[in-house]
Design a protein around this ligand. Sequence first.
Ligand code: PMP
Length: 358
Amino acid sequence: ERPLLLTPGPTIVHRSVREAMAGPQLSHDSPEFLRILGELPDMVRRVVRSDSSGVALVTGSGTLGVEMALSAALSRSDRALVLESGYFGNRLADIARRYAGSVDVLSAPPGRLVPAEEYRAALESGKYRAVALTHVDTSTGLLWPLEDLARAARDAGSILVVDGVSSVGGARMEMDGLGVGILVTSSQKCMAAPPGIAITAVARDVLEQLREPASLYMDLRKWVEVTESPGKYLSTPAVNVFVALHRALEMVLEEGMEARWARHEGNAAFLREEMSKRGMRVVAENPSPTVGVFDVGEAGLDAVELRGRIYESDGIWIGVGVQSNRRRHVRIGHMGNVSREHLELFLDALDRAAGGRT
Ligand code: PMP
């Protein structure tokens, strides 16, 4: 099927998920829709491995979810710490500055982790109401191991806010086990639904501590109340996308989280091995199972041209680098429904497009 989407979101949407959207238009207060809405929060909790968190499903994209999380965690009297080493981490700091009194940023070069000693020392100062980071920075494909950071945040009494937009549903996530305070993701990534829903889970103890933001539409606490009690109204949801997300989550849960995480790991490792044979180095220090970012510049190739050639010949659409790396990096999404066979098709197309230059 064309186009074959191997971008880091939106990603391939299964036919049955697309068909779920194509029925008669439902009203947001119809019994059919309220049944679907009633099941969604538990489905999300199973995906993120949480028994008791409150779930908010809000019409909008991942950015809305991240912004809602930070505006609920922080007010002008609060300080925040952001760990970043790429475009989305950087943007997290930008968003935090719009809500916090002050924001300290610990940076590492793109694709590298901030050393544990650095964030531990910063957190131990006890100054921060919240610490925020991207679980997978989609610009570099870096996966941030959360265990140690989550422990340090807990010891310091800081709320851990995780942008899991490019990880949740594809990379292992144990929200309760880790002690994540607020976890954000989005429908169009590893859940393999269409774009349009910001998905947020808030730990029970954090729910009680949330700030009330100036914006009504972005009030996370209100959205958790509304999402957890179908029939309550705050604004009209994108009904059709919610129906699609429900079908997509059924498929995620049918596969099972352990199997799904293992499948993502296996596919990611396969792609890294194949790319490295072609002289294309993975950029991230700790590569994500959901998105692979590779340096094609070293192999003498231009990412934008390569993408164009692969699309024209095979109908496969991949991501290119972010900002100054636009022509140097390719970004391959292997999340959701992407299979080993899809990656083999890509590699075959890549070899033809590179024309013996690898
Ligand atoms: N955070 C990360 C890590 C992302 O990859 C993205 C989207 N690529 C976003 C946030 C923003 O999500 P959206 O584009 O759905 O607003």
